[in-house]
Design a binder for this molecule. Sequence first.
Ligand code: GMT
Length: 374
Amino acid sequence: MKIGIICYPTHGGSGVVATELGKELAQRGHTVHFISYQLPFRLDRYQQNVYYHEVDMLGYPLFKYPPYTLALVNKIAELVEREGLDIIHAHYAIPHSFCAHMAREILEDCGVRVVTTLHGTDITLVGSDPSFNRITRYSIEKSDGVTAVSESLCAETVEKFGVTKPVRPIYNFINTRQVFRLPGSREQVGCPQADCKVLVHVSNFRPVKRVPDVVEVFARVRKEMNAKLLLVGDGVQRMEAQETAQRLQVQDDVRFMGTQDNIIPILSAADLFLLPSAKESFGLGALEAMACSVPVIASEAGGLPEVVVHGETGFLAPVGDVEALAGFALQALESEEKLQKMGEAARRRAEDVFDSERIVPQYEEFYREVLENR
Ligand code: GMT
């Protein structure tokens, strides 16, 4: 198949999933054309069957807001025509799915099919806002196929938008042959002592991630044992997290590592991964941690209970309940044996349920169904 993938190029989960999907599809012999405003950061080396098309933008003083979406529509239409794309796969409803529909409108009867994958915030935050609500609903209803990254997000989409279009759950995935716990990582992150526990959080530090809660949980753990917290990422909650660390007097044990392209060595140094989000359609960071044999302490939000099995691969607690989250963290850290057992269960779940070998064929099958219904 010839597939066009429209995605965000940044460190967010939707862009990562879109890029990894494109690379996996290309390996399976499909031709994949990525369309974005910048080279997706995971597209860092040449791969056969993979092409990248940057959206060209004319800057002009008249434009207070440069009309990126119009340039994107133009680029999609151009590519569908020139490359004869079978599928445009839009990751994130706003604006990618809408732009795909507009491009098809321009081309008239070109036969290209539009598949939209919903990632979470496009439904729970952005798409639900009155400023985008109608075009989000339109984009879903007009798609030839719609997927969402968890059962929870499928249900929320139907509930929030009242759409009649079926939404197929296809979980996020990870290539467990490429992602696994790397030896020697404790030394690399500067925590070589075996008695020092390492807790890790990775996110974009937006309010939905509740980064100060991460610090609150850590401070309770730190009271009981020698431990370090590695915070990976950056965003609006950084200051608040720093202030929380100062207030709770754990600042010397909290390290702000900034945004990182490769988090595997950091995850490989972790004893626990913390993800206390207010909302989370899936929680790709949690899956990445699990692939590195790290148990996850997370909130019960959204799709997280579909990823983390409470008491087996980690623990889940209500959103904002830092006491409960800390209690579970301490429970997991109780003994080396328990920690190792949970880490192994986490890795097994990543392999058995979320491996790319299991999930990518579901997308291929979905494309075929959509093309057959032409
Ligand atoms: O988590 C973010 O804020 C980034 C966002 C994105 O769209 O890049 O992540 C969403 O998509 C990821 C990939 O499908 C999911 O793993 C995240 O759970 C989801 N984030 C939220 O629902 C808050």
